[in-house]
Design a protein around this ligand. Structure first.
Ligand SMILES: [Zn+2]
Ligand SMILES: [Zn+2]
Length: 371
């Protein structure tokens, strides 16, 4: 994914970006700038930067692109950048509890990602899945689901719950919808999928999804399903990762699927363009910690299967890093200065494939500035 959030507060962000770049005099630049772009500053120095940074620098006239393989001038169509499915990025099935499993991509890099983690309930009533990954992985997803299926007379997939509208969680909706799967989601998911959307943070545009991809049952606050001998509670968490998120609790199996409210072990992406906020996300995570059993098993939106202890750790990171950025803003420091200082070393372990430290500071700073 290519980050280009500069639409939000363009000038502040651009000023911030330029200070965070390590420019050098090196002339050998073709070998080591993987998945990034070489850019030459107006002073003749070069640096390896993300497409996000490159576009902001070019926009301000502060640099020129030396290599443009990954550079996005215009938002690209999703279909232009689908990876290939290989043995390295196929799915792994992780048993969670009772008849609940989790499908996770073996390759967790940005390029090979098959999408968010898929939750599965397989039993005498058939299959219920939570999220449905990326389109290129559909055959593998279906193969793994049918391995889990125990009901010979049931339809293929009875129910599909979408935790939110993001492409890595809903890409196979149309396929399942065409095959009579009942798709359920919070009302805002249907609204967002029904019309064209732009995700400037990743330089992407999405067409409206076809009718068969849309949830046919929606809810505002919560809904219960009674399936495979247990009560399944789906609850909307407002204005967290997006404005459309739900979490799913299997009450009998004591398993919670948190969608993208939880990037396990990583700084999360927060979709500020579609109603998300860092403060809302943090409050929602706190509610989850207070309301669900301490021994619950947690399927995160991204990252490995986990538990409440790791969620508490993640919540602590959200609180502490937000406070660091807020305190520095209160002291009159610019985004540039805050990124320059960076976060204390103990937070480095949260840098993941998606969001690095500078980008996390940018997201927090932007969220605090907007709210
Ligand atoms: Zn996701
Ligand atoms: Zn998401």
């Amino acid at each position: 994914m290519k980050l280009t959030i500069f639409v939000l507060i363009p000038i502040v962000l651009s000023i911030g970006i330029i200070s965070a770049i390590q420019f050098s005099d090196a002339v050998e630049y073709s070998q080591i700038c993987i998945d990034k772009i070489w850019i030459e500053s107006t002073k003749g120095k070069i640096a390896c930067v993300t497409p996000f940074t490159a576009s902001a620098l070019v926009e301000r006239g502060w640099g020129t692109i030396l290599t443009d393989d990954a550079f996005i001038e215009e938002p690209i169509e999703m279909s232009d950048q689908l990876p290939e499915l290989t043995t390295e990025n196929k799915l792994e099935v992780i048993p969670v509890a009772n008849n609940i499993s989790m499908l996770i991509g073996i390759d967790q890099s940005v390029e090979g990602n098959i999408g968010g983690n898929i939750g599965v309930s397989a039993g005498s009533d058939g299959l219920l899945i939570i999220d449905d990954g990326m389109e290129f992985a559909l055959d593998d997803i279906k193969a793994q689901l049918f391995e889990l299926k125990t009901c010979a007379t049931c339809d293929d997939i009875e129910f599909l719950l979408n935790t939110h509208w993001h492409v890595d969680h809903v890409s196979n909706n149309a396929h399942f919808g065409e095959h009579d799967t009942i798709i359920i989601a919070q009302s805002n998911v249907r609204d967002l999928l029904s019309s064209p959307q732009e995700q400037k943070a990743f330089g992407m545009k999405f067409d409206a999804y076809p009718k068969e991809a849309l949830p046919i049952i929606t809810f505002d606050e919560s809904v219960f399903l009674f399936f495979n001998d247990e009560k399944i509670q789906v609850t909307h968490l407002p204005n967290g990762h997006t404005n459309s998120d739900s979490i799913v609790y299997f009450t009998g199996s004591n398993v919670l699927h948190l969608g993208d409210h939880f990037f396990n072990g990583m700084f999360p992406f927060v979709d500020l363009e579609h109603g998300g906020s860092v403060e809302g996300l943090t409050n929602n995570v706190e509610k989850i910690i207070n309301e669900y059993p301490e021994n619950v098993q947690i399927i995160p939106g991204h990252g490995p299967l986990t538990n409440m202890e790791d969620l508490v750790d993640y919540h602590g990171m959200l609180i502490e890093t937000t406070k660091i950025v807020q305190d520095q803003m209160n002291a009159g420091n610019t985004l540039e200065e805050i990124q320059d200082v960076g976060l204390p070393e103990k937070f480095q372990k949260w840098e993941g494939a998606w969001i690095d430290e500078a980008t996390w500071i940018l997201i927090v700073h932007t969220s605090l500035s907007l709210n």
